[in-house]
Design a protein around this ligand. Structure first.
Ligand code: ZN
Length: 171
């Protein structure tokens, strides 16, 4: 579904069936990570031919490493294994809009396309006001649009499904 959103909120993007399938996988990975005590974020990198190149979830709680976000974890998996040319044709699916760190990692990996679920604005309702849970309020699009290689960005999408992972997950 796509259409007008309440004032101040990004409108939902419609997805093709293939994109929806991989984004749902990223959302499932978010839930998997949550069952292990982590923040609920998941990511999948898919090559131009539809091959899944990597799957990851946020594991900052398990590792104690604040950089272990789902998307950055996924980039760490694909970057040593695949060429920049292969990654240029790849899509990273993320259950939520990438933060500035992950947007930077995606840029450096040369991944050419991003599809995400819940946007950062809607996510802030779940994050609340606790300083250690707030994000830097810079859109991933600001990073992607500044990139010389041009990174396509689609989202928010499947907002209701992507939001479900966050219900009750933040205190
Ligand atoms: Zn991140």
């Amino acid at each position: 579904m796509s259409g007008a959103a309440p004032a101040g909120l990004p409108s939902e993007a419609a997805l093709e069936a293939g994109d929806a399938r991989y984004l749902r996988r990223a959302i499932a990975l978010a839930d998997e990570g949550r069952t292990r005590g982590n923040r609920p974020f998941g990511a999948v990198v898919v090559g131009a031919d539809g091959e899944v190149l990597a799957e990851a979830f946020c594991n900052t709680t398990e590792t104690g490493d604040c950089t272990c976000h789902a998307e950055t974890n996924a980039v760490r998996k694909v970057s040593p294994r695949y060429s920049r040319e292969v990654l240029a044709g790849a899509t990273l699916y993320s259950s939520a809009e990438p933060c500035v760190m992950c947007a930077g990692a995606i840029f450096w990996s040369n991944i050419g396309r991003v599809v995400y679920g819940i946007d950062a604005v809607r996510l802030r309702v779940f994050r609340g006001e606790r300083l250690d849970q707030r994000d830097a309020e810079l859109s991933c699009r600001d990073v992607f649009e500044a990139a010389p290689n041009g990174i396509a960005c689609i989202g928010p999408a499947l907002i209701d499904e992507a939001s479900r992972s966050h219900q009750g997950a933040w205190k």
